[in-house]
Design a protein around this ligand. Sequence first.
Ligand code: SF4
Length: 450
Amino acid sequence: MNSAESAALVLACKERGWTVAPNGESADLVLINTCSVRLTAEKRALGRIALYASLKKKLPAKAPAGAHGCSFALVVAGCMAQRMGESLKKKFPAVDYVMGTASRSMFPLILEAVEKKTNIIMDDMTATLGLGQFSFSSSHLEEGQFRSFVPIMHGCNNFCSYCIVPYVRGREVSRDPNLITEEIRLVAERGVREITLLGQNVNTYNWNGGGALNSAINFSGLLRLVAAEAEKSGVKRLRFLSANPRDFSRDTIQVMAEHRVFCRHLHLCVQHGSNRILTAMNRGYTRERYLALVKEIRSAMPEISLSTDILVGFPGETEEDLKAALELMEEVRFLYAYMYHYNPREGTSAYDLPDRVSEEIKRERLSRVIALQKKHTSALLKKRVGAREIVLVEGISRKNADELVTRTERDEMVVAPGPVSMIGSYAWLTLSSLRGNTFRAKEFISCPSA
Ligand code: SF4
């Protein structure tokens, strides 16, 4: 989501004739688009702001100047900007503008002010734009880009007790389905071959029937529309993020199974395997419901790979709870997982919960979860050696310039020797061996249907 939104901000700059500066010293504007979903992400963003604030102090004023006649205008955008608001300016007086997720539409005004070497104040912008009104931005494509994100909704109503997202992104807003299909057509015309539909909680997409469509549709209805548009436009792969087990409907499984354009990979966040902890997290499902959903998905699409998020060390977590999480992992056998330990986020309902797990125990438990996942990933990948797959060629290998990096629809990485001209195209290959978690193939096998 952060990458897609950063790309949209870059697009807004480029549309006004701006270009990317090689470094902060020569820039007229430095934009830091922050994420606040994890504490570590915020700490990193604060470090980056401090770095540019100190650079700004050292640089002499130059022409063309930033908003205050200084070296560059410093803008902090995104979720952390939304959460911390004007307090960021107090902490870092070098920050010129704080632009939260709800006020992204002020960005053109900021650019205009920097261009004119003037300054605008928050109140003027609030009056002009009516802050708090969320608007979707179009996707930004670089020349030759063949994968794209397309936002379909924004915000979240779930309020998982550990999560800051509903506070910084606000309530759910679904995007007009016509704008979504139009964007798919446009990016396909510009050469995009794979699209990921984006939202904090895509399964609750809900269009109320306004606009040209004139009828209400839910997520599975949108998937049908999108699949039809993708198939017409020549987009061969569709993915969506993030899927939530709480709201994952049978109809969604059916649409995915019916339309081969949906990749056989699903990131289905489980977070934990203990019902007691899932309830405390306010996740809205039990381990039994999650396992039943996995069974249903696999019976409709046996070839699908699953990945997940696992959060250990939630307040009150016992050894028994951790055992339940490890058992769930054994039962599902995810291809991979994003694993992390709990960090309290001020403002969330879990922040004041008693029985915090010590840092030492959190780290020890996380290491057990990681060790088990590594075992599963390795065993699942080994079984795939010898399989024949269609891959999308993504780029040149960083380790060997004669090799290309590719990805299967199951989100497996394969490296194979081949010409640079293949980047952005689909091809067949055989997964001939495995090194770490990356497959190797001896050659590409051309196939007209790819
Ligand atoms: S579903 Fe839960 S974890 Fe995901 S964004 Fe919403 S509140 Fe956060």
